[in-house]
Design a protein. Sequence first.
Length: 355
Amino acid sequence: MQPGTPPPVSPFLRTAAAYAWRLLAVGVLVYSLFALLGRFHEIGVAVFLGLVITALLRPVADVVAGGLPRPLAVAITFLGGIALVLGVLTLVGEAVAGERATLVREFRVGVDRIEHWLERPPFRLNPEALSDVQGKIGQWLSSHRSTLVSRALSGASELVSVLTTLALGLFCSVFFIHSGDRQWSWLQEQLPRSVRGRVKIGGRAAWRTFTGYTHGIVLVAATNAVLVGLALWLLGVPLAVPLALLEFMAAFVPLIGSPVALAVAAVVALASQGPLVAAIVVALIVVIGQIEGHLLHPLVMSWAVRLHPLVVAISVIAGSIAAGIVGAVVAVPLVSVTWAVHRALREARGAAAGP
């Protein structure tokens, strides 16, 4: 080596540097993407909702379109889906209205039952402490009445935002169901020819994974809701239908949604039926959790893409930190789609390289 010549760089450092700048580029891209979604998260949520509705209703519309014009088939399928959802919500509303008086009376008795239960061994709480807690709660509500009213008004504005997002999602789903394939073909034609093949392969894998996951998670949620509703009805717990609907919605958040919903059911059972029925509901939480974790979710992942439970847990937690409950719902299908696209492109490169 001549004087003044820098020492040669080892292959390990050269490879590490090459991967480092690529990781930095990917990190900047991901950060920019989340920053963009953060500023326009309503649009992102609406498009995601439209894709979910499309994944559920597109197969039905395709069947109906076999004997009717495509626009009419889409209209019938879409309006039928809306009618089904409104019918379920009406059924839940009637159940709540029919049991409201009974539920209020049972909850008052249930609260007294819980207080007497806490006063006995092993808790031995002072009755004056319990009454003092009730007084402090009432005093806090009275002193923070203006704050609660302002929060209620802000909640009304948030409700308008939610309804706007829902309307945009429904609007997107109509066009996705009617001509989503043509829209995707048009988008591919706007890209350079060198990347159209990879985009086509990745898009096909992404949609197959997304629809498989959506169909599977709806099956998981429906199964959990039926099991919970039957169990609560047999145990005589009030509001079995609304609690079953809550379980259906919570099942869209893997691993943590169902236990939270069943914990609410356990509180209702404790207040209305006593500790024994509440203990049975807690046991139900364990049983349904085992069925969901060891039978239903592996089936769903086999339809879409197999993810390790640790990956699912980290994805849900990261999504909830980044975007709250919406992030927790979106995280797992997003990771599943990303991994499916990676696998499809890797297999395509391997097939192109040949033996």
